[in-house]
Ligand binder design. Sequence first.
Ligand code: HEC
Length: 115
Amino acid sequence: MRALRPLVASLLLGGCGVASPAACPADLPAACPSPAPSFDGSVHDVIVRRCAICHGPNGENPGRPLETYEQIVPQRSEMLSQVYACRMPPPGAAPPTESERLALLGWLVCGAPNN
Ligand code: HEC
């Protein structure tokens, strides 16, 4: 995966400044969906499955843990930009399904409520 980073960086930086990989959908919710996606009901499971496998004590990036609400909430704006640009999960890791992605992005647009 590390060997892919320069390629990914060139893809991300190569366009007009907001470029993202070709397959990345431009699907950011314009506003907080109603009802807001539930952290306890679905979003936490998505983050555990798609992010915390690496962002936890036994993962590739233990220094940026994403396991608990308290760890997640201060990182919400970086998470939003990384997930929206399809930079996280990184190439090679299983991407979220469309419904997982929309739940996660919607919840982040809502300001990451503890709901
Ligand atoms: C396969 C392992 C892996 C998975 C899965 C993964 N990450 Fe990462 N993440 C990393 C590594 C390694 C870094 C540090 C190097 C980098 O930025 O590529 C990182 C960096 C980050 C950063 C900091 C980026 C920056 O520019 O400083 C954020 C935010 C992040 N990840 C969020 C997420 C989120 C949210 C998910 C789930 C949707 C996720 N990651 C899934 C391995 C992973």
